[in-house]
Design a binder for this molecule. Sequence first.
Ligand SMILES: Nc1nc2c(ncn2[C@@H]2O[C@H](COP(=O)(O)OP(=O)(O)OP(=O)(O)O)[C@@H](O)[C@H]2O)c(=O)[nH]1
Ligand SMILES: [Mg+2]
Length: 219
Amino acid sequence: MSRTIKIEKSILEKNDVVAVRLRKMFSGRKLAVINIMSSPGAGKTTLLVETLKRLAPRIYIGVIEGDIATDHDAKKVEQAGAAWVVQINTGGRCHLEASMVEKAFNGAPDGLDLLIIENVGNLVCPSGFDLGEGHRVMLGALTEGLDKPKKYPGMFRACGYLVINKTDLASVLNIDVSDYEKEALAVNPDLKIFKTSATSGDGMDEWLGWLESLVIKGE
Ligand SMILES: Nc1nc2c(ncn2[C@@H]2O[C@H](COP(=O)(O)OP(=O)(O)OP(=O)(O)O)[C@@H](O)[C@H]2O)c(=O)[nH]1
Ligand SMILES: [Mg+2]
């Protein structure tokens, strides 16, 4: 048992060394970097595609896609207008690690304004791995139910921002969006919350405005 704990600690310590190096490099480039995490299918890629359609004409956006397998998401974001895209296939690992991001970022063009990292769909492991990002965003879909913040508190506490997605389905699911908000804030009162329907575009303006503010600040 103690051996397992030591190994985990050593993996996280090694990850942190690379994450510190990445953060320094991103900040030197004045590059705003966000790491988006959620369970599989909550809508990360759909939100990204809709974000790119609206922002890519005036902001130079790079994307790193993390998935266990396939390049489906990379193809979608490339088609939506990302200036630069790399797909990482983790080959079974349930999260991205800083070393994977460092390798993927090698060869990124100069002058990117914003880097969006879509992590592997998983509500547990990705929250433990610092990727050198400026901001961590958790995306929760209403379809997952109201109990997710309390069942997966680690993820909700590891993030400064929460996007509540699939708000268009609230009435079908008989869920009040403000109830999800209350559950999330009970776990992490400091969360800044966006409410979106990535498919209808509802609530996208606040989200886009926030991203633009990060680009202006270069963080
Ligand atoms: N109704 C509704 N459907 C949505 C919304 N956002 C995403 N979807 C749908 O949810 C499904 C999964 O969306 P993705 O964007 O692929 O989810 P993901 O989080 O990227 O999934 P992984 O990359 O596999 O973890 C797709 O069928 C989307 O069309 C939304 O706001 N409303
Ligand atoms: Mg995806």
